[in-house]
Design a protein around this ligand. Sequence first.
Ligand SMILES: *Cc1c(COP(=O)(O)O)cnc(C)c1O
Length: 424
Amino acid sequence: MSDQKFSTNVLHAGHDTTQTAGTRAVPIYQSTSYVFNNTDHAANLFSLAELGFIYTRLNNPTNQVLQERLAAIEGGVGAVVFASGASAISTGLMTLLKTGDHIVASSSLYGGTYNLLNVTLPRLGITTTFVDASDPSNFATAVQENTRAFFVESLGNPKLDVLDLKGISKEAKAAQVPFIVDNTVATPGLLNPIEHGANLVIHSLTKYIGGQGNSLGGAIIDAGTFDWANGKFPEFTEPSAGYHGLVYHEALGAAAYTFKLILEGLRDFGGALSPFNAFQILQGLETLPVRIRQHSENALALAEWLENREEVAWVNYPGLKSSKYNDLAKEYLPKGQSGIVTFGVKGGFEAAKKLTDATKIFSLLANIGDTKSLIIHPASTTHQQLNEEQQESAGVTQDLIRLSVGLEDIEDLKADLTQAFAAI
Ligand SMILES: *Cc1c(COP(=O)(O)O)cnc(C)c1O
């Protein structure tokens, strides 16, 4: 772990230039496999007697730099990257859980994660109780004898609820289950969940970390703080049939889960990140500290402006004094509250659709965290598969517009929305 600061780590952590022919940029190692010195060397790599590269589905030198950098900036003992955020979440949970296990999750989650927990995992016998995450005691109430994880988003997408992470982490500790926090929207530039008790941190690298809307990627950062030997996770304390008898907890200590993710998660589910995408994401990560500041500044300015528009019914941004999450934002997101703003348009569903059709700078698409400004009407798009009750608990009302505020000049963004309001 590096003891340098965030803005230094995003540029340097994990890259030893003497190992890459002096290249100042991290090279793209576009290779599927790695030549062994001899069969003994190969045998040592497979048995973990020696660490090294075997096959890019497991690891790759470009990806390795990204992994070490992410571990450094989130304060973890290790990190693993994946082909997408969704791949990180599904592989992370499948590596941890088995049929009969149970999750307690916030009801305010990214739509794809909600569907994974609500529909797909139950098909495999892994069930989830969704709770109102604004009160940590709701997690304790939902715990069952078979509960094996708590799952939340530090800044919910798209509800923008800021959670009492310390309070929820206490409940996770009491239940002896890992506390998993998706930190995609807040980013490590604004919040480090591990400081507040998270055991595992998840990112869609596709969003602010890559930051330019050109590459999918995902990551799990392992704080190394969870006690896998507490009796609830025999897969970590008994010989693994999946990796020739390896006892993860005994052999790998704090890095047990990180290695299980690579040796079983990536090997079996195959969601490896392309080294080219790792390179693109590394380029983005270099400027995350300056971008996320500007995204936050633009978003707050636009949210304040929207509050004074007569076409607008309500505005939700945790940095606004009117937000019910403002006190929690001051505690958990004092440096800024990221770039997502939601608001309701007077006129409801139809007016909201018209507005999203009329913007010119704000692109109508299903992504967040791009340098360019984005707009979407979740009720008719990303969350259309949920019924109205599920939409409400995810914070998606019929009139809700989600903005991902980019780095354009704020006056141009206001002008674009002004002309779009006129089109309703
Ligand atoms: C986008 C997103 C994901 C999924 O990531 P992909 O890279 O699109 O697979 C997960 N969680 C949150 C909070 C997201 O915004």
